[in-house]
Design a protein around this ligand. Sequence first.
Ligand SMILES: *[C@@H]1O[C@H](CO)[C@@H](O)[C@H](O)[C@H]1NC(C)=O
Ligand SMILES: *[C@@H]1O[C@H](CO)[C@@H](O)[C@H](O)[C@H]1NC(C)=O
Ligand SMILES: *[C@@H]1O[C@H](CO)[C@@H](O)[C@H](O)[C@H]1NC(C)=O
Ligand SMILES: *[C@@H]1O[C@H](CO)[C@@H](O)[C@H](O)[C@H]1NC(C)=O
Ligand SMILES: [Ca+2]
Length: 269
Amino acid sequence: MSRVQTYKEGEAAASQQAESNTGSKVRSERVALLLLSALLAAAAVVIYRLSFAHFQTNKNLQMLKDENEAMRKNLTMLKDENEAMRKNLTEKLSELSSCTSEQLIRPKPAEAKTTGLCRTCELDWDQHGGSCYYFSSYKLTWDQSRSVCKGRGADLVQINSEEEQRFLDDKVGGKMNGFDDLFWIGLTDSEEEGRWLWVDDSPLNTSLSFWYKCEPDNWTGDNAAGEHCVRMGVKGGATDLKCWFDRSCDSHERSICEKAAETERLICV
Ligand SMILES: *[C@@H]1O[C@H](CO)[C@@H](O)[C@H](O)[C@H]1NC(C)=O
Ligand SMILES: *[C@@H]1O[C@H](CO)[C@@H](O)[C@H](O)[C@H]1NC(C)=O
Ligand SMILES: *[C@@H]1O[C@H](CO)[C@@H](O)[C@H](O)[C@H]1NC(C)=O
Ligand SMILES: *[C@@H]1O[C@H](CO)[C@@H](O)[C@H](O)[C@H]1NC(C)=O
Ligand SMILES: [Ca+2]
Protein backbone atom coordinates (compact mmCIF):
# COMPACT_ATOMS: atom_id res chain seq x y z
CA MET A 1 0.00 0.00 0.00
CA SER A 2 2.66 2.40 0.98
CA ARG A 3 4.55 1.50 -2.22
CA VAL A 4 1.49 2.18 -4.28
CA GLN A 5 0.94 5.31 -2.41
CA THR A 6 4.50 6.19 -2.93
CA TYR A 7 4.15 5.48 -6.59
CA LYS A 8 1.02 7.52 -6.76
CA GLU A 9 2.69 10.28 -4.96
CA GLY A 10 5.53 9.97 -7.41
CA GLU A 11 3.12 10.16 -10.25
CA ALA A 12 1.45 13.18 -8.79
CA ALA A 13 4.77 14.82 -8.32
CA ALA A 14 5.64 14.03 -11.88
CA SER A 15 2.41 15.40 -13.15
CA GLN A 16 2.95 18.43 -11.04
CA GLN A 17 6.37 18.75 -12.55
CA ALA A 18 4.93 18.48 -16.05
CA GLU A 19 2.35 21.08 -15.19
CA SER A 20 4.98 23.51 -14.07
CA ASN A 21 6.92 22.72 -17.24
CA THR A 22 3.93 23.59 -19.40
CA GLY A 23 3.48 26.87 -17.49
CA SER A 24 7.00 28.06 -18.20
CA LYS A 25 6.59 27.11 -21.87
CA VAL A 26 3.49 29.26 -22.15
CA ARG A 27 5.29 32.16 -20.47
CA SER A 28 8.24 32.00 -22.80
CA GLU A 29 5.88 31.88 -25.78
CA ARG A 30 4.19 35.01 -24.51
CA VAL A 31 7.50 36.74 -24.15
CA ALA A 32 8.40 35.77 -27.71
CA LEU A 33 5.05 37.08 -28.90
CA LEU A 34 5.59 40.32 -27.08
CA LEU A 35 9.03 40.65 -28.54
CA LEU A 36 7.70 39.93 -31.98
CA SER A 37 4.97 42.55 -31.59
CA ALA A 38 7.55 45.05 -30.41
CA LEU A 39 9.69 44.23 -33.41
CA LEU A 40 6.69 44.58 -35.70
CA ALA A 41 5.81 47.93 -34.17
CA ALA A 42 9.38 49.09 -34.57
CA ALA A 43 9.39 47.92 -38.18
CA ALA A 44 6.09 49.72 -38.77
CA VAL A 45 7.57 52.91 -37.32
CA VAL A 46 10.65 52.54 -39.47
CA ILE A 47 8.56 51.85 -42.57
CA TYR A 48 6.32 54.81 -41.79
CA ARG A 49 9.33 57.06 -41.29
CA LEU A 50 10.90 55.87 -44.50
CA SER A 51 7.75 56.30 -46.53
CA PHE A 52 7.22 59.75 -45.03
CA ALA A 53 10.76 60.70 -45.95
CA HIS A 54 10.16 59.32 -49.42
CA PHE A 55 6.95 61.37 -49.67
CA GLN A 56 8.80 64.49 -48.54
CA THR A 57 11.56 63.86 -51.06
CA ASN A 58 8.98 63.49 -53.80
CA LYS A 59 7.33 66.69 -52.71
CA ASN A 60 10.69 68.55 -52.72
CA LEU A 61 11.47 67.12 -56.10
CA GLN A 62 8.14 68.33 -57.46
CA MET A 63 8.77 71.79 -55.98
CA LEU A 64 12.22 71.94 -57.55
CA LYS A 65 10.72 70.83 -60.85
CA ASP A 66 8.10 73.57 -60.64
CA GLU A 67 10.72 76.15 -59.75
CA ASN A 68 12.91 74.98 -62.61
CA GLU A 69 9.95 75.29 -64.97
CA ALA A 70 9.22 78.81 -63.70
CA MET A 71 12.85 79.81 -64.15
CA ARG A 72 12.86 78.34 -67.63
CA LYS A 73 9.78 80.43 -68.45
CA ASN A 74 11.40 83.55 -66.97
CA LEU A 75 14.49 82.90 -69.02
CA THR A 76 12.41 82.62 -72.19
CA MET A 77 10.64 85.85 -71.23
CA LEU A 78 13.95 87.60 -70.60
CA LYS A 79 15.28 86.30 -73.89
CA ASP A 80 12.23 87.65 -75.74
CA GLU A 81 12.57 90.98 -73.95
CA ASN A 82 16.26 91.13 -74.80
CA GLU A 83 15.49 90.35 -78.43
CA ALA A 84 12.83 93.11 -78.51
CA MET A 85 15.23 95.62 -76.98
CA ARG A 86 17.94 94.63 -79.45
CA LYS A 87 15.49 95.17 -82.32
CA ASN A 88 14.44 98.56 -80.93
CA LEU A 89 18.06 99.59 -80.63
CA THR A 90 18.86 98.47 -84.17
CA GLU A 91 15.85 100.42 -85.45
CA LYS A 92 16.89 103.52 -83.51
CA LEU A 93 20.45 103.25 -84.86
CA SER A 94 19.38 102.82 -88.47
CA GLU A 95 16.89 105.69 -87.98
CA LEU A 96 19.71 107.88 -86.73
CA SER A 97 22.17 106.98 -89.47
CA SER A 98 19.59 107.32 -92.24
CA CYS A 99 18.24 110.66 -91.08
CA THR A 100 18.62 113.30 -93.75
CA SER A 101 21.07 116.13 -93.38
CA GLU A 102 18.08 118.42 -92.76
CA GLN A 103 17.06 116.40 -89.71
CA LEU A 104 20.58 116.28 -88.41
CA ILE A 105 21.26 119.93 -88.94
CA ARG A 106 18.01 121.36 -87.59
CA PRO A 107 18.50 120.86 -83.86
CA LYS A 108 20.28 123.67 -82.13
CA PRO A 109 23.10 122.53 -79.82
CA ALA A 110 20.81 122.77 -76.78
CA GLU A 111 18.20 120.53 -78.41
CA ALA A 112 20.82 118.13 -79.64
CA LYS A 113 21.84 117.49 -76.06
CA THR A 114 18.35 116.51 -74.96
CA THR A 115 17.29 114.58 -78.06
CA GLY A 116 20.59 112.76 -78.45
CA LEU A 117 20.85 113.99 -82.02
CA CYS A 118 24.16 114.79 -83.52
CA ARG A 119 26.22 117.82 -84.32
CA THR A 120 27.75 117.61 -87.77
CA CYS A 121 30.24 120.50 -87.79
CA GLU A 122 33.65 120.40 -86.19
CA LEU A 123 34.51 122.54 -83.24
CA ASP A 124 35.02 126.22 -84.22
CA TRP A 125 32.82 125.81 -87.31
CA ASP A 126 29.34 127.35 -87.50
CA GLN A 127 26.48 125.24 -88.76
CA HIS A 128 23.80 126.78 -90.95
CA GLY A 129 21.49 125.06 -93.44
CA GLY A 130 23.40 122.12 -94.86
CA SER A 131 26.78 123.80 -94.44
CA CYS A 132 29.54 124.36 -91.93
CA TYR A 133 31.33 127.72 -92.02
CA TYR A 134 34.75 128.76 -90.74
CA PHE A 135 35.46 132.46 -90.20
CA SER A 136 39.22 132.90 -90.30
CA SER A 137 41.05 135.54 -88.30
CA TYR A 138 44.23 135.24 -90.39
CA LYS A 139 44.68 137.75 -93.21
CA LEU A 140 45.95 136.12 -96.41
CA THR A 141 45.67 136.69 -100.19
CA TRP A 142 42.59 135.26 -101.92
CA ASP A 143 44.60 132.32 -103.34
CA GLN A 144 46.28 131.56 -100.01
CA SER A 145 42.94 131.75 -98.22
CA ARG A 146 41.43 129.35 -100.73
CA SER A 147 44.33 126.88 -100.16
CA VAL A 148 43.76 127.03 -96.41
CA CYS A 149 40.07 126.28 -96.89
CA LYS A 150 40.92 123.35 -99.17
CA GLY A 151 43.34 122.06 -96.56
CA ARG A 152 40.36 121.90 -94.22
CA GLY A 153 38.26 119.93 -96.70
CA ALA A 154 36.32 123.05 -97.69
CA ASP A 155 36.52 125.95 -100.16
CA LEU A 156 35.90 129.68 -100.01
CA VAL A 157 32.22 130.30 -99.34
CA GLN A 158 29.71 130.27 -102.18
CA ILE A 159 26.52 132.25 -101.57
CA ASN A 160 23.51 130.52 -103.12
CA SER A 161 20.54 132.23 -101.50
CA GLU A 162 19.39 135.44 -99.86
CA GLU A 163 18.97 133.42 -96.70
CA GLU A 164 22.63 132.39 -96.75
CA GLN A 165 23.68 136.00 -97.43
CA ARG A 166 21.60 137.12 -94.45
CA PHE A 167 23.29 134.59 -92.16
CA LEU A 168 26.80 135.53 -93.35
CA ASP A 169 26.17 139.29 -93.30
CA ASP A 170 24.97 138.98 -89.73
CA LYS A 171 27.94 136.82 -88.64
CA VAL A 172 30.58 138.92 -90.38
CA GLY A 173 29.02 142.19 -89.17
CA GLY A 174 29.46 140.91 -85.61
CA LYS A 175 33.03 139.68 -86.09
CA MET A 176 34.54 142.73 -87.83
CA ASN A 177 37.01 144.63 -85.66
CA GLY A 178 36.88 147.73 -87.89
CA PHE A 179 35.29 149.03 -91.11
CA ASP A 180 38.15 147.51 -93.19
CA ASP A 181 38.12 144.06 -91.50
CA LEU A 182 36.31 142.22 -94.33
CA PHE A 183 36.25 138.53 -95.35
CA TRP A 184 37.10 136.88 -98.69
CA ILE A 185 34.29 134.96 -100.38
CA GLY A 186 34.65 132.45 -103.23
CA LEU A 187 33.82 134.84 -106.07
CA THR A 188 36.29 136.09 -108.72
CA ASP A 189 36.55 137.37 -112.27
CA SER A 190 40.28 136.56 -112.61
CA GLU A 191 39.64 134.08 -115.44
CA GLU A 192 37.76 136.46 -117.66
CA GLU A 193 37.38 140.17 -117.00
CA GLY A 194 33.88 141.08 -115.89
CA ARG A 195 32.59 137.48 -115.74
CA TRP A 196 32.12 136.68 -112.07
CA LEU A 197 32.44 133.00 -111.21
CA TRP A 198 32.05 131.12 -107.96
CA VAL A 199 34.80 128.68 -106.94
CA ASP A 200 32.84 125.77 -108.49
CA ASP A 201 32.90 127.71 -111.82
CA SER A 202 29.17 128.45 -111.68
CA PRO A 203 28.36 132.00 -112.84
CA LEU A 204 27.06 134.64 -110.45
CA ASN A 205 23.27 134.95 -110.61
CA THR A 206 22.74 138.69 -110.97
CA SER A 207 19.47 138.54 -109.02
CA LEU A 208 21.43 136.91 -106.19
CA SER A 209 24.29 139.37 -106.01
CA PHE A 210 24.79 141.70 -103.07
CA TRP A 211 27.23 144.39 -104.27
CA TYR A 212 27.67 147.39 -102.02
CA LYS A 213 26.47 150.67 -103.65
CA CYS A 214 28.76 151.35 -106.69
CA GLU A 215 30.65 148.04 -106.50
CA PRO A 216 32.27 146.39 -108.31
CA ASP A 217 34.35 149.43 -109.21
CA ASN A 218 37.58 147.71 -110.34
CA TRP A 219 39.46 150.37 -108.42
CA THR A 220 43.14 150.62 -109.43
CA GLY A 221 44.20 152.84 -106.52
CA ASP A 222 45.88 150.01 -104.57
CA ASN A 223 46.81 147.73 -107.46
CA ALA A 224 47.11 148.76 -111.09
CA ALA A 225 45.88 145.32 -112.13
CA GLY A 226 42.44 146.24 -110.80
CA GLU A 227 40.18 144.24 -108.49
CA HIS A 228 39.24 140.66 -109.40
CA CYS A 229 38.32 139.08 -106.07
CA VAL A 230 35.44 139.74 -103.67
CA ARG A 231 35.35 140.38 -99.94
CA MET A 232 32.26 140.99 -97.83
CA GLY A 233 31.24 142.80 -94.66
CA VAL A 234 29.85 145.96 -93.15
CA LYS A 235 30.61 146.38 -89.45
CA GLY A 236 27.42 145.76 -87.48
CA GLY A 237 25.76 144.21 -90.55
CA ALA A 238 24.34 145.75 -93.74
CA THR A 239 20.66 146.64 -93.39
CA ASP A 240 19.98 145.86 -97.09
CA LEU A 241 22.33 142.82 -97.17
CA LYS A 242 24.48 144.59 -99.76
CA CYS A 243 28.04 144.26 -98.49
CA TRP A 244 30.18 142.85 -101.34
CA PHE A 245 33.25 144.75 -102.52
CA ASP A 246 35.68 143.79 -105.29
CA ARG A 247 39.27 143.87 -104.18
CA SER A 248 42.77 143.13 -105.48
CA CYS A 249 43.30 139.38 -105.06
CA ASP A 250 46.78 140.06 -103.61
CA SER A 251 45.33 142.01 -100.70
CA HIS A 252 45.49 140.30 -97.30
CA GLU A 253 42.04 139.65 -95.84
CA ARG A 254 40.23 137.39 -93.48
CA SER A 255 38.10 134.69 -95.15
CA ILE A 256 35.11 132.38 -94.89
CA CYS A 257 35.39 128.66 -95.68
CA GLU A 258 32.31 126.55 -96.39
CA LYS A 259 31.80 122.82 -96.58
CA ALA A 260 28.83 120.46 -96.48
CA ALA A 261 27.80 119.47 -92.97
CA GLU A 262 28.95 115.91 -92.37
CA THR A 263 26.38 113.19 -92.03
CA GLU A 264 28.80 110.31 -91.72
CA ARG A 265 31.24 111.32 -89.01
CA LEU A 266 28.63 112.12 -86.40
CA ILE A 267 29.79 113.80 -83.24
CA CYS A 268 27.21 112.90 -80.63
CA VAL A 269 26.69 115.12 -77.61
C1 LIG B 1 10.18 85.19 -62.53
O1 LIG B 1 10.06 86.58 -62.76
C2 LIG B 1 9.16 87.23 -61.89
C3 LIG B 1 9.07 88.66 -62.32
O2 LIG B 1 9.47 88.86 -63.64
C4 LIG B 1 9.62 87.11 -60.45
O3 LIG B 1 8.68 87.73 -59.59
C5 LIG B 1 9.80 85.68 -60.10
O4 LIG B 1 10.37 85.57 -58.81
C6 LIG B 1 10.71 85.01 -61.10
N1 LIG B 1 10.80 83.60 -60.82
C7 LIG B 1 11.94 82.95 -60.78
C8 LIG B 1 11.86 81.53 -60.49
O5 LIG B 1 13.01 83.52 -61.00
C1 LIG C 1 10.22 98.87 -78.40
O1 LIG C 1 9.67 100.04 -78.99
C2 LIG C 1 8.24 100.08 -78.96
C3 LIG C 1 7.81 101.35 -79.65
O2 LIG C 1 8.85 101.91 -80.40
C4 LIG C 1 7.75 100.05 -77.51
O3 LIG C 1 6.34 100.01 -77.51
C5 LIG C 1 8.27 98.84 -76.83
O4 LIG C 1 7.92 98.86 -75.46
C6 LIG C 1 9.79 98.77 -76.95
N1 LIG C 1 10.27 97.53 -76.37
C7 LIG C 1 11.28 97.51 -75.50
C8 LIG C 1 11.64 96.16 -74.99
O5 LIG C 1 11.90 98.51 -75.17
C1 LIG D 1 18.69 133.34 -109.83
O1 LIG D 1 18.10 133.59 -108.54
C2 LIG D 1 16.72 133.77 -108.57
C3 LIG D 1 16.28 134.20 -107.17
O2 LIG D 1 16.67 133.27 -106.22
C4 LIG D 1 16.05 132.50 -109.05
O3 LIG D 1 14.68 132.66 -109.08
C5 LIG D 1 16.60 132.09 -110.39
O4 LIG D 1 16.09 130.83 -110.77
C6 LIG D 1 18.12 132.04 -110.39
N1 LIG D 1 18.62 131.79 -111.72
C7 LIG D 1 19.51 130.87 -112.01
C8 LIG D 1 19.95 130.77 -113.45
O5 LIG D 1 19.94 130.10 -111.16
C1 LIG E 1 39.65 146.41 -114.47
O1 LIG E 1 40.87 147.12 -114.50
C2 LIG E 1 41.87 146.47 -115.26
C3 LIG E 1 43.16 147.28 -115.11
O2 LIG E 1 42.92 148.62 -115.44
C4 LIG E 1 41.43 146.34 -116.70
O3 LIG E 1 42.40 145.62 -117.44
C5 LIG E 1 40.09 145.60 -116.76
O4 LIG E 1 39.58 145.55 -118.08
C6 LIG E 1 39.07 146.24 -115.83
N1 LIG E 1 37.86 145.44 -115.80
C7 LIG E 1 36.66 145.93 -115.95
C8 LIG E 1 35.53 144.98 -115.88
O5 LIG E 1 36.44 147.12 -116.14
CA1 LIG F 1 26.98 128.61 -99.99
